[in-house]
Design a protein around this ligand. Structure first.
Ligand code: SF4
Length: 465
């Protein structure tokens, strides 16, 4: 669970089918991606003649009911679930957004990630354009729409010319009245996968769990720097830029669903491997290993198997709180922890407890969790974190916004342990985390190391420092 209130980034899906309604498949895909954002949702579908969009604030089921889906006929569609990492939480920032090119082509765009700038001449007043500053009040997606809309040529050409100059993290899906486009940034920060529908159509999505939801077969990951064009039943692809791959290691640690494949690895298996590595690096004499549910469950299982210490469910999580408690903000987080988690006294009473979490950002929630375990009778509480210490902000779409908010920036593991009231606290090393998650050279570990795969803006850097 997001015990520290860490923000997910967004999720996108795109579908093109020879005959089946795209809206229902986009809807199913978005339901499978709901964990990536609960603030807003939407879909846009083209029927060859008209491109229609429905979007709003709330969960997928609240925004896209049966009536709304009926209002979206057509076989080409895209969808989005939003967690606000840039821009405010307003209806205007819900996606997909609509645009129209100077040649009169209607399009709809949805985007996952965070842009650092666009090296291209843009429309007047463009905040992300050449010489502009990063991280503005408007969404990155609107900046992309404005750039494409101001281009004098066809959309194909506009995308080819724009994408190489877009800096930062993005996976985008774009639908016209009859064509689907998808693109992944040159570093491949955020995941994007390609699947084949049973009827011969295609689907792209942030995670393979969305493909599973519609019975699509996983084909491959979109390559970093790849543009995919789905037109007239055919797929054309091209690499528009090449750069060292740097997929977010945090997708494995926390963001993605455990049943998804990221970079060819099942996230659940990776999380178990993280937990096993943690048991090797940070052992402690104990009677029981418990997870902070749900995200840390596979890591706790891995820790227990490796250490031989009994595994048990020592916390029960309330799954029915609604998105109010998933919203960003310290007050909501503090209020939410006690309602989210409840210890099981019979599991922890008189026991030396190892509590495994996926990550620590602010540690205020872990402090409450430790206090709850002690109040329930735990004899000792040892916190083990199945990722390295986060000490730096993320500029690529995950809501870790400033170093001041990060307890790992100013405190050692031992000091954080004291702060949360634990008998001991330890993190996994960056090396072991990267090894468990894939090839270390193809991962971004910026928020753990301060070493980013690409330059970060001066303004953001000094604000972070
Ligand atoms: S800085 Fe951290 S959260 Fe952001 S992309 Fe890199 S690994 Fe992921």
């Amino acid at each position: 669970m997001p015990l520290d209130g860490l923000g997910e980034n967004c999720g996108v899906a795109g579908v093109t089918s020879p005959g089946a309604p795209a809206a229902s498949m986009v809807y199913a895909g978005l339901l499978a991606l709901q964990h990536r954002g609960q603030e807003a949702a939407g879909a846009a579908v083209g029927d060859g003649l008209v491109l229609r969009v429905r979007r709003g604030l709330g969960l997928v089921t609240e925004v896209l009911d049966e009536e709304k889906l009926r209002e979206l006929p057509g076989t080409v569609g895209i969808g989005h679930v939003r967690y606000p990492t840039a821009g405010g939480s307003t209806l205007a920032n819900a996606q997909p957004l609509l645009g129209i090119t100077r040649s009169g082509e209607h399009f709809s765009l949805a985007h996952n990630g965070n842009l650092l700038g666009i090296d291209a001449a843009g429309p007047p007043g463009d905040p992300l354009g050449r010489g502009g500053r990063a991280r503005t009040g408007s969404t990155d997606t609107q900046a992309l729409v404005d750039h494409l809309a101001s281009h004098p040529g066809p959309l194909d050409q506009a995308l080819r010319e724009l994408l190489p100059g877009v800096r930062g993290a993005y996976c985008l899906v774009l639908a016209t009245r009859s064509t689907l486009y998808a693109a992944r940034d040159p570093h491949g920060f955020r995941p994007l996968c390609l699947g084949r529908l049973p009827d011969g159509g295609w689907m792209v999505a942030s995670e393979t769990a969305a493909l599973d939801a519609v019975g699509a077969e996983f084909v491959r990951d979109a390559q970093p720097g790849e543009l995919l064009v789905f037109q007239d039943g055919r797929l054309r692809t091209e690499r528009f830029a090449a750069a060292p791959q740097a997929t977010c290691v945090f997708e494995h640690v926390y963001i993605a669903r455990p049943d998804s494949l990221i970079g060819g690895r099942r996230v659940q298996q990776v999380r178990q491997a993280l937990g096993a590595a943690l048991a090797r690096e940070a052992p402690v004499a104990a009677d029981v290993v418990i997870p902070v549910p749900d995200t840390a469950r596979p890591a706790a299982i891995g820790y227990a198997r490796q250490s031989g210490v009994l595994y048990a469910e020592g916390f029960v999580r309330n799954h029915y709180l609604g998105r109010t408690f998933l919203r960003p903000g310290d007050a909501a987080r503090r209020q939410g922890v006690r309602l989210k988690l409840n210890p099981v006294p019979e599991v922890v009473r008189g026991q030396r407890v190892i509590v495994v979490d996926d990550s620590i950002v602010r540690a205020t929630s872990m402090k409450q969790a430790v206090a709850m375990l002690r109040a329930a009778g735990a004899a000792e509480v040892h916190v083990r974190v199945a990722s390295a210490k986060i000490a730096w902000p993320c500029f690529f779409g995950v809501d870790i916004s400033s170093r001041e908010e990060l307890i790992g920036h100013s405190m050692s593991a031992a000091e954080i342990g004291q702060f949360v009231g634990a008998d001991s606290l330890d993190f996994l090393s960056v090396e072991a985390m990267s090894d468990a998650a894939g090839s270390p050279e193809s991962l971004c570990t910026g928020c753990f190391t301060g070493s980013y795969p690409t330059g970060v803006p001066l303004e953001a850097d000094s604000r972070a420092g």
